[in-house]
Design a protein around this ligand. Sequence first.
Ligand code: FPP
Length: 255
Amino acid sequence: MLEKFTNWKVKNEENTQSVLTNTENLPKHIAIIMDGNGRWAKKRGLPRIAGHREGMSVINKIVKKANDIGIETLTLYAFSTENWKRPKNEVDFLLRLPERFLSIELPKLVKENVKVRLMGSKENLPAHTLKAVETAINETKDNTGLVLNFALNYGSRFEIVKAVQQVVKDVEDGKLTVDEIMEETIEQYLMTDTLRDPDLLIRTSGEIRLSNFMLWQLAYTEFWFTDVLWPDFTEEHFLEAIQVYQRRARRYGGV
Ligand code: FPP
């Protein structure tokens, strides 16, 4: 059993190349659980926030690579609804990161045709976090390249509860009948809205779990796990995950 699970992980060195030779069958939507910042810092005797700072610096490289190779959507799990349970100084630091990141990267994102998007609850987010993200959304709204979807204050169960509440409300208000509720209907009420489901999910740091991330949307997604900690994650690892994806046969329950 254990072997079955460890086989899910691909050795990090396998087929590592910095250039994608095969551009066919690319995943259109890649979602990443950026895990391992705390352990990266601990290994170096640094405070956890140093790991998050380093983790932030990886994001622009991966965004650039994703955009360059023609990925349509990149979803990054930056702060979960459960992350509020962390020490206050860590929460404060994490919620400062969007502002820090965008104060440096936004002009580049605008220029590189990246469109910023938010997936998560705006409730409880500090004003400075919201302002930074909303400015980025506004300044990139006409861009047509990579959609950079930040999952911020996001939790999938929360998302589903909110969707159910709104569906019930719309039924009560006569905007929708019970018989009209299909899978496509539910999709429109989720925070991904018109985004397609992720084709590929990457999780770093050796953890093999979903941690309340996109539970509906990941139904048929291909998973790729690596032991590499997020601050050590490179464009080569990213391309390796894509190459593994390209060799997979997706059957969606068929044969
Ligand atoms: C999980 O690692 C990581 C997070 C909770 C935060 C991820 C955030 C970033 C990488 C930067 C976000 C930047 C922007 C611009 C939004 P962990 O701390 O749980 O690691 P551990 O499991 O080793 O403790």
